[in-house]
Design a protein around this ligand. Sequence first.
Ligand code: APR
Ligand code: PHB
Length: 394
Amino acid sequence: MRTQVGIIGAGPAGLLLAHLLRLEGIDSAVLETRGRAEIEATIRAGALEQGTVDLLDAAGVGERMRREGMPHEGIVLRFGGRSHRIPLAELTGGRSIMIYAQHEVIRDLVNARLLAGGAIHFGVRDVSLLDLDTRQPKLRFHDADGELQELACDYVAGCDGFHGVSRPSIPSRLRREFTRVYPFGWLGILVEAPPATDELIYAYHERGFALVSTRSPQIQRLYLQCNPNDEPGAWADARVWEELHARLAGADGFRLAEGRIFQKGVIAMRSFVVEPMQHGRLFLAGDAAHIVPPTGAKGLNLAVADVRVLARALAEFYASGNAQLLERYSETALRRVWRAEHFSWWMTSMLHTFHDESPFHHRMQLAQLRYVTESRAAATMLAENYVGLPFEEA
Ligand code: APR
Ligand code: PHB
């Protein structure tokens, strides 16, 4: 088998890259270990930056998102028992975010790919990357029938997430990894209930952080700071509601609507970056190259920004033979990656309870929260990062 770009992983990064390349007339094949039903059902985040929304629209895969997604023009920071609105759109010249679940983005991209007759090899095993420092790298794998296959490519895109095989295929002496693991996780739940609020609420409380998000008029998405090693089973429904009510309580009488909890999961929190994001003819994109804690809602959006840069660089190469943009891929992508790393770390640090920190640290967090909600300059800093800074050119 042969293709121009071999893509490992059918997450948002791999699928969107395949789609953007097709729009440029570039052939690709996508290899994915899991099945279609599984990738379309995995619950992940759901906040799309303005630039992500615009890109999906421009690429012709935004139609259902426009119909079913929920635009939000502000978010709420809640602390000291009061809500403080950050008017995102007003502070950023009209930019906003869209709540639309990641697995819905995946469904739209899989559909677009299959309609266009593009290949997605689901259920593959043992993918290995060969000859990355030659002009013809290869991907070897067992297909869903157990047959050994070899795919010859011009370039390989490693879009296989944090636990994939692409990043470890870069010799360890040629890569540098930066990591921070946080001493807490999030318990995420899905609930059958009407929304309790029009806008996302990020709540800082001594008992721990809480986040109120939504999926539809009937389904709400809620998160609670928890121990990173907690099993979801340790969180009986009554305990979940007790914590949510306590962390969101206030003099204004705000109260969350309860409902049937039908999904629970614990998410670990880490910051991670690998440098560089390329080696020979391999380019890493999305979670394969970097992880952010979910507090800034940047994970999916960074994956989109990476593949936008990579698709443009590959398009330039195939159109003119000029590989300059490809050579600068890592440098270009990492500028946005580190900005998002900082923002996600900053939001996380401001909003979570660090149980081993002193009362001084707690006062610092409150001072920061007050400043960010009272100063237009500070609120603008939060808002422009949250809705996503404009894409920069290479
Ligand atoms: N071979 C083939 N596919 C693989 C392999 C492998 N060895 N290892 C992992 N995969 C697949 C996974 O099954 C998954 O479907 O690669 C895909 C990676 O997708 P994601 O983990 O979703 O990563 P990415 O596309 O970079 O998306 C960015 O944004 O909201 C955040 O972390 C969240 O998933 C999200 C990410
Ligand atoms: C979500 O809706 O899943 C969500 C929203 C905002 C975040 C994280 C997750 O910061």
